[in-house]
Design a protein around this ligand. Structure first.
Ligand SMILES: Nc1ncnc2c1ncn2[C@@H]1O[C@H](COP(=O)(O)OP(=O)(O)OP(=O)(O)O)[C@@H](O)[C@H]1O
Length: 473
């Protein structure tokens, strides 16, 4: 949608802020109230299936936001239609998200950590009181405004607590790095799963590093989340800068066992440090001022802002916008399986030529429409429909490799998501082998353990381009 467009004669789109799985977000001017607002316009994905998914997700976000009115949850102002595409109008939240806050301001101290925890708990409590589960609490979905107000955003995955899921049992939704272990196992979400998300956000801001940061491939990441869990914080180590009660809470929220996570208001209130409201807000406000000043002066931007733009994506396949778009919202996974012992020896499952012809006919994939089918398949994978997505992704990968080249971004993205689906379905060996082939085209140019040079890409990936935020894709 062009900047300057006036929606319903009222909201003037000023500039594009970013895009998520459902739509593009613009900073806009409300000519009626003469204030700033955020407008999210539904993506037009092209295919009917993809459109219906984004539409359902946007409707879910609208439905959830309508039920909640709280300063620590983004507020919905209006909804409308533009060229038959729904849009929603939200309060404008300046400031930064928690990913940027950590990158630009470093680990949190005393009152700021306490103030942030208090506000996140209050926002989540309001969400739960409205019988809504957020289901996607992660650093990129929490913004802290310039006045020091922490706000939960992006309720696109939210659902009514007792409603039947739009997804089938066993489906996985969300971002593995921040997903509660029970959700990865396909169990239904609960309030305790949302508290896990808050626990991880605070853990990350206290430590100053993402959880499971040492896990660079999806197989190892999933195993760590399920089998090891987040490393508990040692209260003695943080005593000087974070109140002990808060450390205890964070450790409790990060517990792998949902039953052991503190969710009762009385328990939480007993452990949360009492922070004088004025002092807390001013501490957070100062931090945001510091972070935004750093962002504006460009300091710490090289790596930091590249990652901020992709928030939890973390996947840096180089190449066209297609890849940047296709992996938006994907797991925070770096593709470095190349050094996994034996990974290079294993071949990913490939379809035979007969299968390829069959699959081509079945999925009607051509090099021309591969990109849009890929988006559709990635959407399915993101919704947790791993089994269904797998088939389509394997075909796109094969067609891509044959017709576009094995190093083409479409091929690599399809292969990457194929590996994600395989890992989710328990075939981690195959997933690792597939990731190793993706790595051969995208990984850093370090020789594998045996000193052998990495295989040369059969078709060089294009030079990194800038994505819509001006960051390297
Ligand atoms: N009310 C708001 N005010 C200011 N910025 C916002 C607001 N809502 C969203 N944004 C920003 O717009 C961008 C897109 O947000 P959106 O919620 O659509 O997706 P996301 O959270 O980045 O991804 P996904 O939906 O895939 O999880 C993000 O950078 C987000 O911080």
């Amino acid at each position: 949608m062009a900047e300057g467009t006036l929606l319903d004669g009222r909201y003037r789109l000023e500039h594009r802020v970013g895009q998520g799985a459902t739509g593009v977000v613009y900073e806009a001017f409300d000519t009626e109230s003469e204030g700033r607002v955020a407008v999210k316009v539904l993506h037009d994905e092209g295919s009917e299936a993809a459109n219906s998914w984004t539409l359902r997700r946007l409707q879910r976000e609208i439905g959830a936001l309508r039920r909640i009115s709280h300063p620590n949850v983004v507020s919905l102002r209006d909804t409308g239609l533009v060229h038959e595409r729904p849009y929603l109008v939200m309060e404008w939240l300046g400031g930064v998200d928690l990913v940027a806050l950590r990158e630009l301001a470093g680990p949190l101290f005393h009152s700021a950590a306490g103030a942030l925890a208090r506000q996140l708990v209050d926002g989540l409590a309001a969400t739960h009181r409205a019988s809504v589960l957020h289901r996607d609490v992660k650093p990129s979905n929490v913004r802290v405004t310039t006045t020091g107000r922490a706000v939960l955003c992006d309720l696109g995955l939210a659902r009514l607590r007792d409603a039947t899921s739009l997804t089938r049992a066993g489906q996985v939704m969300g971002t593995p790095r921040y997903m509660a272990p029970e959700l990865i196992r396909g169990e239904p979400p609960t309030q305790a799963s949302d508290f896990y998300g808050i626990g991880l956000c605070l853990h990350e801001l206290i430590v100053g590093r993402r959880p499971f940061d040492h896990r660079e491939d999806i197989g190892a990441l999933l195993l760590s989340v399920l089998d090891e869990g987040v490393t508990a914080l040692d209260p003695a180590r943080y005593r000087d800068r974070v109140p002990t009660g808060l450390i205890e809470l964070v450790n409790g929220w990060c517990d792998r066992d949902p039953e052991r996570r503190p969710t009762s208001a009385a328990l939480i209130d007993g452990l949360l440090p009492a922070v004088p409201p004025g002092a807390a807000a001013s501490r957070l406000r100062d931090l945001i001022a510091h972070a935004t000043a750093r962002r504006e002066s460009g300091r710490g931007t090289t790596d930091a802002w590249a990652r901020v733009s992709n928030a939890d994506t973390g996947v840096t396949l180089r190449g066209s916008d297609l890849v940047t778009h296709a992996v938006a919202g994907a797991e925070a996974v770096s593709l470095t399986a190349r050094n996994t012992p034996g990974a290079r020896d294993r071949r990913p499952p490939m379809l035979s030529l007969g299968d390829v012809t069959q699959a081509l006919v079945l999925h009607r994939i051509t090099p021309r429409n591969a990109a849009s089918r890929l988006r559709e398949a990635v959407g399915m994978a993101q919704r947790g429909e791993s089994r269904e997505a797998l088939d389509l992704l394997a075909t796109i990968g094969t067609v891509g490799a044959e017709q576009l080249g094995p190093g083409d971004p479409t091929t690599l993205t399809a292969r990457f998501w194929q590996a994600v689906c395989l890992a989710r379905l328990g075939s981690s060996e195959e997933a690792l082998a597939l990731l190793a082939t993706v790595n051969a085209h995208t990984g850093p140019a370090v020789p594998p353990d045996d000193g052998e040079p990495p295989p040369a890409p059969e078709r060089a990936a294009p030079a990194p381009e800038k994505n819509e935020k001006g960051d390297p894709g």
